[in-house]
Ligand binder design. Sequence first.
Ligand code: AHR
Length: 501
Amino acid sequence: TTARLTVDPRFPIGAVRRRLFGGFVEHLGRHVYDGIYEPGHAEADEQGFRRDVLELVRELGVSMIRYPGGNFVSGFRWEDSVGPREQRPRRLDLAWHSTETNEVGLHEFADWLDKAGSELMLAVNLGTRGVLEALDLLEYSNVPGGTALSQQRIDNGRTEPFDVRVWCLGNEMDGPWQLGHRSADDYGKLAAQTAKGMRQMDPSIELVVCGSSGAAMPTFGEWEREVLTHTYDDVDMISCHAYYQEHDGDIDSFLASAVDMDRFIEAVVATADHVGAVRGSDKKIDISFDEWNIWYQTRFHDVDQLSGIDNWPVAPRLLEDVYSAVDAVVFGSLMISLLTHADRVASASLAQLVNVIAPIMTEPGGPAWRQTTFFPFAITSRLAQGDAVRLRVEAPTIDTVKHGTVSAVDAVATHDAETGASAIFLVHRGRGEAVELAIDVSGLGDVEVTEAHVLHDDDPYARNTLDDPERVGPSTLETRLADGILHVTLPPISWAALALR
Ligand code: AHR
């Protein structure tokens, strides 16, 4: 099988914003405790953060990290998480039926981000709280000094403000599982009031309003329209959340999951633009795709096992999916989808980072290792520079139950006019034969291939585990460049990245 692709940097989609390669840390399961933070571990630094985990987080290349939830935020009192540790209360976390000790809070997490080289994105609680508490957290975080809450921050050890740029107005407020779940009308009004107040204090912040928790939600589309009708002038972005998994052995549909992500993004953009058109507004609302990943747990399956008024464990094992080679291929294709929409997806957060549906796993007292999904993220984050560039793709098709007929090959490129560096990201989502690609790169000028990686395993269900942590990883892809045509062969079910300069 063959396919022909053409890349021409004269037709850019938009600038690749670093925030596209964001992450998400929720107080959930073993993410914070026994994940990034394990004071007794041999790798722990003076603050109790695992150095081996920090090193992997840096290698992953995550830009901005959303915190502290997730469903967790809808019951969170931020004041609990600051001040002297010994005075911090232990609280019930209703979202994950756990105990939150507040041993790690805002200050510790900000310190951890400084070590990781990532930016903080904060979510406010609009589930059980409202405008006042959001304003208090903003004052505590961003006001330099001279007021009660900014002084409290200084007394707690941070002289300089946290200066948080991007804020989420709650989390998944359309979901019946969400503490304080509301109708679009009720949430839209609350989000608008909160946004207006926050901007009165700090007009320079960027605000994300909650979109749908998934394109399959019964309120999808209408939710976005109604919420944006209330908030259009007061917010910058609307969120999208999407998780994919293989259902009932339907691997073809699973492999084509990015088609669903494409349609999801395009539907939200169309809805936002519709609201703008009705209002006669020139303003464009961008997307914060602030939760995306592969997730196999039937929603909250393992938290359902936790129950009892006297049973609220600290850091139980929850949502610890172990990813396969095929998961990593689909994961890479989701990153292609995000890049393909770089004009409107201003920010994205891989959900999540450590132990909880995560690219990095740890064992208490033991090692930290890379899941299969680590590789497409790290490589894409490192190589995607400059502008995203659409490719013309002429390839065979695949019939899928869920997404109809889709191209077997999907691709996106990036080009940095300043450095001359380009990259091409490719996925072969067919499982039959290899496909020989002829990629016309003559538009990139006189270039050479500087890196070529392929992620494929003859056993699509091979995984990296505690016992065999390096079972799956990228290998070098053979390339041949002649007369402006780059020849590569992609094995079935594979993801690849090429760097040219
Ligand atoms: O990422 C896990 C959970 O998925 C988040 O807490 C929630 O926002 C979503 O439903």
